[in-house]
Write a protein that binds this ligand. Sequence first.
Ligand SMILES: Cc1ncc(COP(=O)(O)O)c(C=O)c1O
Length: 418
Amino acid sequence: MSAATPNPKTETERGDRVFTGNLGVPPPLPRASREAAEQLMKDGRLFRYAETGEGAPEAAALEEEFAAYMGARYCVAVNSCGCALFLALRAAGVAPGGRVLVNAFTLAPAPGAIAHAGAEPVLVDIDENLAIDLKDLREKARTSRAKHLLLSHMRGHVADLDAVAEICAEAGLTLVEDCAHTTGARWNGRPTGRFGVAGCFSGQSYKHLNGGEGGLIVTDDPDLAARVTLMSGSYMLYAQHRARPGLDVFERWRLETPNFSMRMNGLTAAILRPQLAELDTRVRRWREIHARVAVRLAGSPRIRLPQTPEAAYLAPTSIQFTLEGLDAEEIAEVIARTAQRGVPIKWFGAEAPVGFTSRPDHWRYIAGAHTPPRAAAILARLCDVRLPLQLTDAECDLIGDIVADAAGTPGAAARNPA
Ligand SMILES: Cc1ncc(COP(=O)(O)O)c(C=O)c1O
């Protein structure tokens, strides 16, 4: 298998090897996903509920299967992880005017979900391994008046989740986990998304399960599950859910819960279900891909890789590293050199947000938007390369070599000046 190949040149003019694949293309969907989608399109019943008779079972079945995979009592399927975060926060009690702690290394949908709930994000600093800084979390839990923590396991890096849960319990913080990058990942054997009141997952194309768009919320809390179901847009058809609490719980909420129309449709669920069955195998391959690229990067004294705690079993779909001893101009040059050789690097230090990548000081809707000090120093040097699942071992080696080569060695001009 090889990444899709739009780039015909195999060497630069200087004779350096070029990666000819496309890191921005996910692998094809499994045959079972395509067949399930086709079957559903023949029926035409793409809406997840049925007004009369049996509902289309795909979304309800996906919820049941995902809940079982996660060891959760309840699951609700919605149309993105961003809206899953919003719904979970809102059902967990976030209200307009409230404050929500969120780690500063994340992407725009996390603070966006807080803003969507009418609340204000309060940024918590990160440590050198890209996880939330526990000391700053303790401090802000004490001083911010926030009642909730939205913990974003950004790019798959996880903090000591036992410690986070303990801090939240001590400080009276309700924890919601953003697991957009950790589907299939664990801490001490326990899936991420199971350390707080709710865990939110993504079915967006670049994530572990490709539904184009999609979100899944897991929880053991019956009231949160019922409220999220009603808010997601179940109308009074919620009995068609299978991974749901008893109907008596819905009775408590059904007349006082707004419908935000954020349901997952049957087609997305049909595409996702066969991929869930393959998730653990995919994660194993992604770990191999990441480890293989990491070995090559570790060969460069200019590159620092974040350390993964022993208790973490990650599910990486990309690789992060900092470029050490280079100023912003030199980092931009390294990135230009890898781009010439077919490897696009995303850079959190860029002045303006580009593509998916932005950082807290770009989010001006946050009062006094600024990146906390340690995060600012780290993000200024932080680079990110997407690693699609279809990469071959040889492609992983080549990508790692191209980046390490472009980074050059300290005290010398980079080996491949543009
Ligand atoms: C850290 C993080 N959280 C949440 C999301 C939201 O996911 P979705 O695109 O499914 O809304 C993303 C999307 O890329 C993300 O990177």
